[in-house]
Design a protein around this ligand. Structure first.
Ligand SMILES: [Zn+2]
Length: 438
């Protein structure tokens, strides 16, 4: 029995060939794509499907993968402005410390994840203080999440000892090892906030449990200088010498890498999550993405948190990634449309070690899919659908989203929950949040 058919859409698959079907669709069974093809091949299946969605006037594409986020920081959106990373972080941590507990973290995560899902993001790598609450929020809203135990040497919000952090990370891996909607990870905040010993402890637990390892890396010049002063080597060399780089590693930012560091990242197979919006707003700089791609480094995209955004907009992120390197280098041929779209989708799946399950529309993969409205003034005419997605689409064009075949966004609204209470509760908190840094 076919559970779902979507047909008559322009299908942008993000498969290895970059296939596009001008008018076609997919058939879904048990949460996975069973068939994909031209409309006349899919139409007979639709006759026996439990649910049929007409994709006319839409692009059907894979769910977006956001590989760097702190969604619960949505509570602090717009609170701290016009500062570079280091003093900015100190103020952010002050606000977080005063407001966050498991309940408020979950509230903020729901708010952030709702924004992401409504814009077509079906998987997100999210680093935040209470990882079990992060998973609960993701399940409430309806998207997949990569998260796990946080490592942070200062007290931070949770004030756990290193032994407690290792235990929490291990508990997380144990709980979610088999979950299809969770990609479990160890999440040390960065080399400047986690000692070499504790980075190694975070690495050990993730590898023992077969999980991912994610950390901030070389985001600013000040961070590079700090690590150089403390340890006599740059951030990437430091992580490499500690044995923390391999194909299970996701490095957020990598803005300031020299030639040899680029080679180290390429050699180890570590992935880079590129966050152009955050890097520009916090004046961190321009990551050397074209050179990363030339070296075969897998580069995916991230919004970073909504404190450095100030929203969670992967379409904006995509457009910045596709344009800023052209502007910065004076070379319009850098970052092709296809490279940019891959960064939005399949490269994110690779970073999560999940390219066999998500990131493209292919038979056997989980049916994480997005329908984008292309009957709008900014979408007509459309000579090339992928170019349209990279350079013209914005988040309000996303009308329907499916997670493993389940419709989780219908006509621009969440289906698993109403957001009314979430929005009202957050609005009520505004004076209290503002007072934290007054
Ligand atoms: Zn970050």
């Amino acid at each position: 029995m076919t559970d779902l058919v979507i047909n008559n859409a322009v299908v942008v698959t993000s498969d290895a060939k970059g296939s596009v079907i001008d008018k076609g669709g997919v058939a879904v069974e048990n949460g996975r794509i069973r068939q994909i093809g031209p409309a006349d091949e899919i139409a007979p299946v639709a006759a026996h499907a439990a649910k049929v969605v007409d994709g006319s006037g839409h692009i059907l594409m894979p769910g977006i993968v956001n590989t760097h986020c702190h969604a619960a920081d949505s509570l602090f959106r717009g609170l701290v402005e016009n500062l570079p990373l280091e003093p900015w972080l100190q103020t952010v941590w002050q606000a977080e410390g005063a407001i966050l507990n498991p309940d408020t973290s979950r509230l903020g995560s729901v708010l952030g994840f709702a924004e992401l899902l409504l814009s077509g993001v079906t998987s997100v790598m999210d680093m935040f203080w209470y990882p079990f609450e992060t998973v609960a929020a993701a399940r409430q809203v309806g998207l997949r999440v990569s998260t796990g135990g946080i490592f942070f040497d200062p007290a931070g919000v949770t004030a756990l000892s290193i032994d407690e952090r290792v235990a929490e990370a291990r508990r997380f891996f144990d709980e979610f090892a088999q979950a299809e909607d969770v990609f479990a990870a160890s999440m040390p905040h960065g080399a400047y906030t986690v000692s070499p010993e504790n980075l190694k402890a975070a690495w050990a637990v993730s590898h023992e449990c077969g999980g991912l390892f994610c950390t901030h890396c070389a985001e600013t010049r000040a961070e590079q200088l700090d690590i150089q002063t403390r340890y006599g080597r740059s951030v990437v060399r430091h992580l490499d010498q500690l044995g923390c780089l391999d194909e299970r590693t996701v490095l957020a930012h990598c803005v300031h890498l020299d030639e040899e560091e680029l080679d180290i990242v390429a050699r180890t197979g570590a992935h880079v999550a590129h966050n152009p919006m955050s890097n520009m707003k916090l004046a961190s700089g321009f990551a050397r993405v074209p050179e990363m791609l030339d070296r075969g480094i897998n580069v995916s995209l991230g919004t970073d948190g909504p404190l450095s955004g100030n929203d969670l907009d992967m379409w904006m992120t995509l457009r910045l990634a596709a344009t800023m390197h052209k502007g910065f280098t004076g070379r319009a041929d850098l970052i092709s449309t296809r490279q940019a779209f891959d960064m939005l989708t399949i490269n994110g799946a690779k970073a999560l070690g999940a390219e066999d399950r998500i990131g493209s529309l292919e038979v056997g993969k989980l049916a994480d899919m997005v329908l984008v409205d292309v009957k709008r003034p900014h979408a007509v005419p459309m000579f090339d659908p992928m170019t349209h997605l990279v350079y013209s689409t914005n988040k309000s064009d996303v009308r329907h989203v499916f997670l493993g075949g389940e419709q989780v966004v219908r006509n621009g609204e969440l289906t698993r929950m109403s957001l009314d209470d979430t929005l009202a509760t957050v609005e009520d908190m505004v004076p209290k949040i503002a007072a934290t840094i007054a």
